[in-house]
Design a protein around this ligand. Structure first.
Ligand SMILES: Nc1ncnc2c1ncn2[C@@H]1O[C@H](COP(=O)(O)OP(=O)(O)O)[C@@H](O)[C@H]1O
Ligand SMILES: [Mg+2]
Length: 218
């Protein structure tokens, strides 16, 4: 046993594009401690989203070793991988990715392992979204929608939150409030968090900043 929430050893993700190969991840090595709060920065195309998708078991690497909270996803069945993803990981996207036809409350209860409306309402209240349960995403501001997305990411009590440019669509006031919420979750609920961001102000809320270039940490 060790104290890592994420471990990557020599992880590659290669795309074949006609005659050329693109290494989105090029032998990535990385260890993140449980309880850490990390920003990943770096130029467009450097592999940040690919890293998050592999860590979130939304994508599989071409080769290499990785573990999420001590578990080796590549050794699990598809069903067990889905369980690991639902139990351990909360994902937050730049464009919120809420279900536009569903209410705010339904967006939360949909991915719940054990549907618990009271719990969903409590999490929404903690995000300052009381009174918005019956609204649809399109009726909320961008900042509110991202708070719904954070609430949804928390619904199954994940040990890790992975956020891909979570403040990319927000003005600086809403961006800071999202980062403050993530900071408090890390401090008070001991959730490990990795965010990808271009924004130095957002990165300043975290405890460590990693720079990616060409599919690796520099
Ligand atoms: N599905 C895909 N097919 C082909 N190339 C891809 C695919 N996804 C990502 N890439 C390429 O992999 C590299 C890393 O992409 P990405 O992880 O999205 O970088 P970032 O998030 O840092 O902008 C880029 O060169 C990108 O064009
Ligand atoms: Mg990206």
């Amino acid at each position: 046993m060790n104290n890592y929430i994420i471990e990557f050893k020599d992880v590659w993700k290669t795309y074949n594009m006609g005659n050329t190969e693109i290494n989105a991840l090029a032998g990535l090595n990385l260890t993140l401690e449980k309880g850490s709060f990390t920003a990943v920065m770096g130029p467009s195309g450097s592999g940040k989203s690919t890293f998050l998708h592999v860590a979130g078991i939304l994508d599989t690497p071409t080769k290499g070793f990785f573990r999420i909270n001590g578990k080796q996803a590549s050794k699990l069945s598809v069903k067990e991988q889905a369980k690991l993803r639902r139990n351990e990981i909360g994902f937050i996207f730049q464009r919120f990715n809420l279900m536009s036809q569903l209410t705010i409350l339904e967006n939360l209860t949909l991915p719940m392992i054990n549907e618990d409306t009271q719990k969903a309402m409590n999490i929404l209240d903690n995000m300052g979204l009381e009174g918005k349960y019956a609204k649809r995403p399109g009726q909320l501001s961008g900042g509110e929608q991202q708070r719904v997305a954070i609430a949804r990411a928390l619904i199954n009590d994940p040990s890790i939150i992975l956020a891909d440019e979570p403040t990319g669509e927000l003005d600086s006031k809403n961006a800071n409030s999202i980062m403050q919420i993530l900071h408090d979750l890390n401090r008070n609920k001991d959730v490990s968090i990795v965010i990808v961001t271009h924004n130095p102000e957002a990165a300043a809320f975290t405890d460590q900043i990693l720079q990616m270039r060409d599919g690796n940490i520099v």
